[in-house]
Design a protein around this ligand. Sequence first.
Ligand code: ADP
Ligand code: 3PG
Ligand code: MG
Length: 407
Amino acid sequence: MKFFKQTINTVPLQGQTVLLRADYNVPLKKDGSIDDDFRIRASLPTVKKLLADGCKVVIISHLGRPEGRYPKLSLEPIAQRLAEYLGESVRFVDQTIGDKVKMAIKRAPKRSVIVLENLRYYPEEEANDSHFAQKLAENTGARYFVQDGFGVVHRAHASTAAITDYLPGVAGLLLEREYTTITKAMKAPKRPLVAVMGGAKVSDKIDVITEFISVADTIIIGGAMANTFLAYKGYAMGKSKFDTDENATLDQIYAAARDKVGADNVDKFIILPTDLAIGHSLDSHEQRINKAADQLAADDIALDIGDKSIEKVVEIAAGAETVVWNGTLGYAEVPNFAHGSARLALALATNPGITSIIGGGDTADFVLNWDARKGDSFTHVSTGGGASLELMAGEKLPGIESLLDAR
Ligand code: ADP
Ligand code: 3PG
Ligand code: MG
């Protein structure tokens, strides 16, 4: 599938100054240090390619949601980690626009990396402010804008939208890979395509579920989302987490499913757990008890799909050519309730013939922690949370639309 936008491979960048938008919005520990650097590692192919082209690479990103200049959300530690991965020095500037930025970039040699301070120290960033975007373009002296922050392209901000009014925008390698991999799985997958949906809330993912009703061959539902489906079907869910106000949405989902596969086949198309692993608290040592889905007591909390359902999920996944997975199958923060997610991860990792695509912030965190190969056991672990969901749902993303069309 050819990418519909120009990329760093399709425009002449040799020796140019480029403004690179990355998404270095990484999870931080309580002490402010980097908890997980997946997004930094994912940006390396683009940075290395630009360096190989002799570019002066000026990198911008946001980190967190600061109100003003909140020092704990400085990009300096991220610049340091990037330097470690690149094996060369990275210059950090504690401003994002202005004279200091101009001077630092002017002084930097060709084939070097400069990281500017957190974009969101400036309210103009999220306001998609033209004047701020113009300053970013002019102060950096960039010839091209490269969008590689896939995780943020669902936002229309100065560094994803307005900036392309001042610089020609092209995609980086991560953005291209995210877009083409996810879009191909949704629009032209190798079949059977099995969608696995889990996580916390139906309301966060209605558009994606609707899209899967039309494109997937089988949809497996787990996590607290399964609780909502079971409650809709009349099961007593005890103290489990589930949405109570989604009946109209589920009516629509089931109507669309009946239209597609016929009323008799709906329960083979949308697969719900037949058993659940329950606990009585969210304590990290809580015991796992298996129960049939129709046997929950008033104080039971369904925290994972049950052992029988896990076998079924593994069997269906193993028979797939493509699996798109979004949302953990249980309360995976506690190991006893991570069994469903871990067994699915194992099934995908040990069947390299299956194209496996994993999206969603918590789901990606889970598989990256689970995987000794830091995500390489799967075809694709998306760096995007909201962005991957919106792309799966078939929405247009402002940070991609704003780039130059492929010729
Ligand atoms: P993603 O970020 O991958 O899109 P979500 O945010 O939708 O995923 O869901 C992940 C969250 O859902 C996790 O915090 C997980 O603990 C929670 N979750 C999943 N299953 C359950 C459950 N049965 N009960 C309570 N929380 C659950
Ligand atoms: C993300 O982590 O989803 C992106 O970096 C976007 O961050 P935001 O939700 O604060 O806009
Ligand atoms: Mg989440």
